[in-house]
Design a protein around this ligand. Structure first.
Ligand code: ZN
Length: 265
């Protein structure tokens, strides 16, 4: 599934990609839609058939071999590169030694997150954030991990996806939150600058971004649907938010089922 920002404040655009098929999901809102998993799962990296999906759509050998499946992707502060144990140092150089952004977002309340510069605003749409604000830019993924760890003293780093889907999330003044946090954590940031260089961690002065989603009606009770338990999921498509399709029968996180072969009706 591809999620793109809408034009001029219009809701995000969702496209279901299944094989050759490109289905404009926004156009299906309010209509009947079912997805049936055929039982086949293909590794998103090597294409091999796999009985089970590991990580976000990998076969077991790829999951164990690829740097992008290593634990340091989720916990960048544990980067293995400098210890010489990066699974794919060249991949690391291409992806981790690039500017990363530390941001505040409001998905189910205030959270901190990190992403590569090039992943903005996709990452926020993936999380179902209604507001986001880049606050710091750093030179490497590892540094972003250290900064995020520091911020986690004060702010959550996770989304409560049920609250996010229910949609009753109050807007926040992210600029005020940024100023409060930068001030409160100034000592820790100075320490990191002392370690990585004064220019390695740069304060950004950007405007907050507002994000909107195509939702006819948010669920009052969130029922989670799962291809592993019921191969056919669907109903009337009520909304699209984050990585979720919301039906009148329940919600499904499609990103979780990357690589699953589905038939669309
Ligand atoms: Zn594979």
């Amino acid at each position: 599934m591809a999620i793109e920002p809408g034009d001029d404040g219009s809701p995000a655009r969702y496209t279901l990609r299944a094989g050759e098929l490109r289905l404009d999901l926004n156009a299906r809102l309010g209509q009947w839609l079912t997805l049936t998993h055929t039982g086949a799962i293909a590794c998103t990296h090597c294409g091999r058939a796999t009985r089970k999906s590991f990580g976000q759509g990998y076969c077991y050998p790829c999951f164990k071999r690829l740097a992008q499946c290593d634990t340091c992707i989720v916990k960048p502060e544990t980067c293995h590169y400098f210890a010489g144990t990066c699974r794919e140092p060249e991949w690391g150089e291409r992806h981790c030694f690039r500017p990363h952004v530390v941001y505040l977002a409001n998905s189910s309340g205030l959270k901190v997150g990190i992403t590569r510069r090039t992943q903005v605003p996709t990452r926020w749409l993936d999380q179902g954030a209604i507001q986001a604000l880049p606050i710091l830019e750093v030179d490497t993924r590892q540094q972003s991990g250290f900064v995020e760890t520091l911020f986690k003293r004060e702010v959550a780093d996770r989304t409560n996806w049920r609250a996010m889907l229910k949609g009753d999330v109050a807007p926040l003044d992210l600029v005020a939150e940024r100023d409060r946090l930068l001030e409160g954590l100034a000592e820790g940031l100075d320490e990191l600058r002392g370690r990585f260089g004064a220019d390695a961690i740069r304060t950004l002065d950007e405007a907050p971004v507002a994000l909107d989603y195509p939702v006819l009606e948010s669920p009052t009770k969130v029922v989670s649907l799962n291809f592993d338990k019921t191969p056919t999921v669907g109903g009337i498509l009520m909304g699209l938010k984050g990585q979720y399709l919301m039906f009148d029968t329940g919600v499904i996180n499609l990103r979780k089922f990357t690589g699953y072969e589905v038939v669309v009706d």
